[in-house]
Design a protein around this ligand. Structure first.
Ligand SMILES: [Zn+2]
Length: 127
């Protein structure tokens, strides 16, 4: 899990509509400082940080996660990485990381471990 996600501060904006006042959160692009709604954000992991080891049977593998998560606008994501896929909201990123129960985390870890194991088997076939 990224250690410093959501360190960029969100700002709460207020607007008047015909149906009354509304409130929404914005965040600034880490590159161009464009202000965008949190749903339009593209989270980008920067750097690697070692996390607790994943156990695969009797073997241990080092596990890494992003050292920092920054938030880019779609323009900067495309011009920097060529990424033109859908945005993945700021709120959803942090909610996913924080709202999982221990059981869900275990299932996710097991799934990731199974994928790594399958990949390792594929590599062995080619060696
Ligand atoms: Zn930008």
């Amino acid at each position: 899990m990224p250690s410093r996600e959501a360190t960029e501060t969100t700002e709460t904006r207020h607007a008047e509509t015909a149906h009354g006042p509304i409130e929404y959160e914005t965040v600034r692009c880490a590159n161009c400082r464009h202000e965008m709604q949190t749903d339009d954000v593209i989270p980008v992991g920067v750097g690697l940080r070692e996390t607790d080891d994943l156990f695969l049977g009797e073997q241990t593998r080092d596990a890494y996660t992003a050292d920092e998560v920054v938030h880019l606008c779609s323009y900067c994501a495309e011009s920097t990485f060529g990424y033109d896929g859908p945005a993945s909201g700021f709120d959803r990123l942090t909610a996913t990381a924080t709202s999982l129960s221990p059981t869900e985390r275990a299932v996710l870890l097991f799934g990731a471990a199974a994928l790594v194991a399958l990949l390792a088997l594929d590599l062995l076939v080619f060696l």
